[in-house]
Every structure is written in C-alpha cells, then in structure tokens.
Design a protein around this ligand. Sequence first.
Ligand code: AVJ
Length: 318
Amino acid sequence: MLKQEIEDGQASLADPQFRADVLTGLVLAPRAIPARWFYDRRGSELFEAITDLPEYYPTRTEIDILAACSDALAARVPAGAAVVEFGSGSSTKTPALLRAAKPAAYVPIDISGDFLRESAATVARAFPDIAVAPLEGDFMRPLKLPAAVADMPKLGFFPGSTIGNMGAAGAVDLLRSMRASLGEGALLLIGIDRIKSPDVLVPAYDDAAGVTAAFNLNLLERINRELGGTIPVDAFRHRALWNDDRARIEMHLEATRDVAFAVDGRPFAMAAGETIHTENSHKYGPRDARLLLRAGGWTPVEEWTDTGDNFALILAEA
Ligand code: AVJ
C-alpha cells in the first residue's frame, strides 16, 4: 500500500464531525475550533492533570462546596430519586454527590462509551445499593432516560462549570434540553464559575508548569494524528486571556512564525501572530447565573459557594 493510501485510510477513521469542524474552523475569520475536540484520550488525561494544578481552583473548590452543603442538599432531594449526570466523564465528583443525595438510581450520560462504562462500573462497585444505568449519548439534545428511572423523581447534575464553554444562546438551549430530558418538577444541581480578578483567572488557564499549554497544543497533535495533518506544533504557543467585555477566559493557539501546513490534503497558511481560537470559559456573577437558569426554564431554589465566593453550586427546579 502507498504511504498516502495508509494515511488516507487513517484519516477516514476520524470522526467526520471533527474533520468538518477543523476544516471549516481553519478558514473562519478569526479561525476557531470548538473546545469539545480537546478530549481525546491524551486530552482527557491532561485535563485531569489540570484539575490538580495549584492555580486551577474550580475542581477542588467545587468538591469542597459539595462536601459542605451535603446536609442542606440531602434535605432538598426527594426519597427514591434518580441522579442524572450530564457529561459524566471520569465521574470524579459523583461519589460526594451520591453520598449526600442517597438516590435509588444513577444515570451517567456521556458521549464516550469507553469512559462511560469504566466509570459506571466503578460507581456501581462503590455504591452497591444504587442502581447504575449508563446512557451513551449527546446530552446537548433531549434524551430518553432508561425506562427503569421513568417514575423516579429526577436530580440532574452538571458540575465543573462546563456550561461556561457555551455562549448565552448555547447555554440556554442546553438548559432547555436538560429540562426536556428530566421533565417537569425535576431538580438540577449545576456548578458555575464566578467572575473574579484576572490575576486569579488568567493563571488558572496559563499555569506555571505548562499543563494547560500542553492541553491546548494537544489539539494540533490530534489534528495531525487523526486528520493526516502536517501542522508544525512547535511553531505555535498557548495564549490565555480575560475578555472583560464578554466575561470569559479565551484560549488561543498563536503562530510564532509564518507557517504552511496541510490537513486532510488541504493547504492552509498562517502568518506569525495569527491565532486559532480554541476555547471560551464564561464566568458569571450571582445574578447573571440565576438569570441564565431562568432563561433556560429553571427556577433557582438554593445556592452554595465557598468562603471566597470563587465558585457556585446552584440548585434549581424545572
Ligand atoms: C471543563 C470547560 C470547565 O473551562 O475551566 C480547563 C476546561 N480549559 N483549563 C474550564 C479547561 C482549560 C474547563 N471546563
């Protein structure tokens, strides 16, 4: 087989949506690729490493809040409930929630089937009294929950401020489809990162050890691996900046010299200083967050924060 045929063969194994998003994103002005494509195996490992960084406060702050509010939360959750986790990934925050909410069932939802089955099995072993019913799918759209939980009260769980990756319109759409999946009267516990000083925010996305830089640059490696790309990764650098007008951290990949490369056989050129926009992480003030929830069809009922008000866990009702 010719080298090109082998490469074409590999390229054709890639997710067609990934290829489409990269090929269209590289010709947008400004260039942009959706953040969801960070999470191949290597990207997921790098994200786990980010959550342990001293500068990356959200994960540890949210876990502390969850531990501190567990009695108050338990008092709000009806008996015999089903916890439905959107984008469960490696389910790191799940044990703290399950200990507090003591549900009858747990439904982790994730797009990555491998990850999903692994973490569902881990949770099932640790909580033998809870029925675990994993659901493989894209939670951006309304989903039909497993029949076994149909008649149980629902508690949706959407931690990590993942909603911050979306702009206002996308976040409202997502909240509405969660409401459609969970039904009238359901509860939703959602983690939302607060607006705070750029002196805290920027280092959280541009750490001294360079893990976030590696996470961002891995997107280019993934394009090279899966889409037959020839991007010179060493000609790019990680940039993280606070966009105060839009209340968001932005991550970009900046070309440090003029570069020419191919992806899937198509040629691209970038001048030194040009960027590819790879992620937005929107932050919300207390009222902003509640307004967002209301726009998405959810009524806030209680919220918990850390002493520094760095991060919020909000409980809302459909
Ligand atoms: C997983 C989207 C919540 O925005 O803080 C962390 C992703 N990117 N460091 C975030 C991320 C760079 C993270 N979310």
